[in-house]
Ligand binder design. Structure first.
Ligand SMILES: C[S@@+](CC[C@H](N)C(=O)[O-])C[C@H]1O[C@@H](n2cnc3c(N)ncnc32)[C@H](O)[C@@H]1O
Length: 343
């Protein structure tokens, strides 16, 4: 199957859709949702999906090679209840699913990041487990498997140090799950006799997190009115990096170059916005509409998704213009002012 056809069939164009995802529209039916993070060769996910055609399955994976291996299995076996999100797992898991929406989350043999200085890159962290408890249904399940002894110790500490999830077993982990089909990494670990730790933990609390939604149509713009000097607008302005917090996500806004079309013409401010692991590089346009009107809006250059951070980047430029001129905000499509500014 051509890659373009497979992407079209199975891959979710998540940057172009409203968040949380409309699962019924994506799958064409309603049903419980199971998610696998880091599905590797896709065999585990494809087998699960084939065994339960009434459930929805979403795989989150960074590697295109892994996506292609899964696509081949889905095509070969006529499996239609799997959708794939190519993204970094924690950002996608947070943004794309509603609170209390995920019945089961599988994390099979996550990258162990063995060096101490890389431990912060490990997926299983206290904040991630907290997020999992908020995305799982009240009796939803988290399953993690690892053959890495040090990572297993780390996971034990993380799980035992929280109270939102509780082990399904009398013990923190088990060394076997009867009836489970092994993944590729699991098989490799068994062949060399490594001990495997399986963690099966259920959600012990119902989520109280309010739902949030983000619509792709909500393009940010701010209309400013008042007198200004076209030639000196933002001239020599050194816009500073801002770090904000939104729904537990660290959002960094980093302004770059300011481009001027011609003396006295429109401007474009280069912007980098990072929301956890999701980075976007785009422009904020400053359109000189008339001697008394300036429109600040998202430029289509860089195809930005209008996330919360992107809207704050538009606000940052509009605020800089207001500070440096006699203009005021006449109208705005931005959400209410951000409050939690870190630095
Ligand atoms: C060690 S492999 C395990 C593959 C498979 N689960 C198995 O057991 O055979 C880890 C997989 O997770 C993916 N991965 C690692 N970190 C990820 C992240 N933060 N977001 C999405 N995928 C990730 C990697 O690309 C890789 O395919």
């Amino acid at each position: 199957m051509k890659l373009s056809t497979a992407l079209h069939l199975y891959s979710v164009p998540w940057t172009q859709l409203d968040w949380p995802l409309n699962r019924k529209a994506l799958f064409g039916f309603d049903g419980p949702l199971d998610v696998e993070i880091g599905f590797g060769n896709g065999a585990f996910l494809a087998d699960l999906a084939q065994a339960s055609s009434d459930r929805q399955f979403v795989g989150i994976e960074r590697s295109l090679g892994s996506l292609q291996r899964l696509f081949a299995r889905l095509k070969e076996n006529g499996i239609e209840n799997v959708r794939v999100i190519q993204a970094d797992a924690s950002f996608a898991f947070d943004s794309l699913f509603a609170p209390g929406d995920v019945a089961r989350l599988f994390v099979n043999f996550p990258d162990p990041w063995p060096k101490e200085r890389h431990h912060s890159r490990r997926l299983i962290q206290p904040a991630f487990v907290d997020l999992v408890s908020r995305r799982l249904t009240p009796d939803g399940e988290l399953m993690i498997g690892t053959d890495h002894a040090d990572y297993a110790e780390w996971i034990i500490e993380v799980l035992e140090g929280q109270s939102k999830l509780a082990s399904k077993h009398g013990t923190t982990y088990v060394s076997d799950i009867p009836g489970r089909k092994p993944t590729k990494y699991e098989q490799k670990a068994r062949e060399i006799g490594s001990k495997i730790h399986f963690f099966e933990w259920t959600n012990a609390t119902a989520t109280t997190e309010p739902g949030r939604s983000e619509r792709i149509e909500d393009m940010p713009n701010v209309l400013l009115e008042g007198s200004y000097e076209p030639d000196t607008l933002l001239k020599n302005a050194n816009l500073e990096t801002a770090t904000l917090k939104h729904c537990g996500v660290t959002v960094v806004l980093k302004p770059g170059h300011i481009y001027r079309e011609e003396p006295g013409g429109h401007l474009m401010v280069e912007m980098m916005v990072r929301e956890d692991a999701f980075s976007q590089h785009f422009g904020v346009s400053v359109i000189l509409r008339s001697p008394q009107k300036v429109l600040v809006k998202l430029s289509p250059i860089g195809y930005p998704r209008p996330t919360w951070g992107v809207k704050e980047a538009v606000r940052l430029v509009a605020d800089a213009l207001v500070e440096r001129s006699a203009m005021q905000v006449a109208s705005s499509t931005l959400p209410p002012q951000a409050t939690a500014v870190e630095s």
